[in-house]
Design a protein around this ligand. Structure first.
Ligand SMILES: Cc1ncc(COP(=O)(O)O)c(C=O)c1O
Length: 424
């Protein structure tokens, strides 16, 4: 860590007693380098501070939610204004209608909107709406694509029954023939196809789908009478100001949104076209906090900023600056590196590093030098990442690469990673 880590260590010890495994999900220590801080005390702009007060330029943005940086003033002001009026009430505030109208006016395929809390709520609602709209049962998902942590889609099998997955069938990402074969195998019973805007699996290079593939997915859904669902929870508003596949000329019937739509406030959304409206009207979906007005105010303010600011161009510029600079540094330090995916959601994987020992050592060195990167998950930039932050980051990465080079022959694989990748 870049400084003291005593408080973090104490918190980990206490957590081990009262939180299963000490932590769960992406923040589980099982797969992170041991040098990584586990607990954070505050965040502002492009920075986070760990529990011991050490600052980091943060390239995870809370795993996506912070699009304009932490504590972005126009969004926070809108939240404060709504909190003063009321947040959780017996029913929704009128702001819910304003927000649905804002989404419908911005997202080309959307003719209605429903709101929930997490991305998993939105993708699960998409699944039930697709089934209700078509009267069919089968849902096609690309193998390896993440759609959340509910039993129908969680990548880990513990606690999940085969019956929880009944009706979910897999095809190969980006492969129209494989998708067509899945349709044929379930002819007449496919309710919907989940499309991930670009391939963004962990521990793997990322890739953008071809326009031909996206068009084929739309055509097959139309031919077989199924709904096309774009899961924009992760990529939404970092690729486009519209649904991500609009850039490929494809409009889905449903799209699931979450993470950054309220710049870090808890709200997600399912958007649909009229092809899915009757299904959406029939399902029973709700949650105690789904009508919470303050996150809706945050989302409304965020959508205004998305429409009116240059945040997207700024994100791309920062991402490209980082990518170019890191590429040059790696070449200078004699490391091969693959930087894949959109520059604003980069994945960095070292060449000749099958067990990720180089990637983990690099990430740990970066964290020691005050730059929080991720060793196996795609990263996220925000429009708060200014050119001066990128310059500081590259300075730290130069140091980090020197450190890795010096230790190269002594590096060992992280035990959790070797097991996860099936390397032993
Ligand atoms: C593509 C995608 N879909 C769905 C989800 C689930 O979102 P949440 O973690 O908010 O439930 C995620 C989360 O990372 C995601 O990346």
């Amino acid at each position: 860590m870049s400084g003291s880590s005593r408080r973090d260590r104490d918190l980990r010890e206490r957590a081990r007693e009262v939180i299963p495994g000490g932590m769960y999900g992406h923040m589980s220590t099982a797969l992170l380098p041991p040098e990584y801080p586990q607990f954070f005390s505050r965040a502002a702009g492009a920075r986070i501070w760990d529990a011991d007060g050490n600052p980091y330029i943060d390239y995870m943005c809370a795993f996506g939610p912070c699009l304009f940086g932490y504590g972005h003033a126009p969004v926070e002001e809108a939240v404060r204004g709504q909190l003063a009026l009321g947040d959780i009430m017996t029913g929704p505030s009128e702001i819910m209608v304003d927000l649905a109208e804002a989404f419908v006016s911005m997202i080309s395929h959307a003719q209605w909107a429903m709101f929930c809390k997490n991305g998993t709520d939105a993708t699960t609602m998409a699944l039930v709406v697709a089934r209700a709209a078509t009267g069919r049962s089968v849902i096609l998902c690309a193998r390896g694509s993440y759609h959340g942590s509910a039993p129908w889609c969680t990548p880990r099998p513990a606690g999940v029954l085969p019956s929880d997955r009944a009706g979910v069938t897999y095809f190969e990402y980006g492969d129209a023939e494989s998708l067509e074969a899945a349709f044929r195998a379930h002819a007449g019973d496919v309710a919907g196809v989940f499309a991930t805007p670009f391939r963004h699996e962990t521990f793997a290079d990322q890739s953008l789908p071809s326009r031909e593939y996206a068009l084929a997915a739309r055509r097959l859904c139309d031919e077989y009478g199924a709904l096309l669902i774009v899961d924009d929870v992760r990529a939404g508003f970092r690729l486009a100001r519209d649904c991500s596949w609009s850039a490929l000329g494809v409009q889905p019937d449903l799209s699931a949104w979450g993470k950054c739509i309220a710049n870090g406030h808890p709200i997600s959304a399912l958007l649909g076209s009229n092809s899915a409206r009757a299904g959406a009207e029939r399902v029973f979906v709700t949650g105690s906090f789904w009508f919470s007005a303050a996150p809706m105010a945050a989302a409304l303010a965020a959508l205004r900023e998305i429409r009116e600011s240059s945040y997207l161009e700024d994100l791309i510029e920062a991402g490209e600056g980082l990518r170019k600079g890191l590429g040059a540094l790696c070449a200078a330090h004699d490391f091969g590196v693959r930087q894949t995916g959109p520059a604003q959601m980069p994945q960095v994987i070292f060449e000749d590093d099958p067990d990720f020992r180089l990637g983990y050592a690099f990430a740990a060195e970066c964290v020691k030098r005050g730059v929080y990167v991720h060793p196996y998950h795609n990263m996220f930039l925000s429009s708060a990442h200014k050119p001066e932050d990128v310059a500081l980051t590259l300075e730290a990465m130069d140091w980090a690469l020197s450190g890795v080079r010096a230790r190269r022959s002594d590096l060992q694989p992280h035990p959790g990673v070797a097991a996860r990748l099936g390397l032993r």
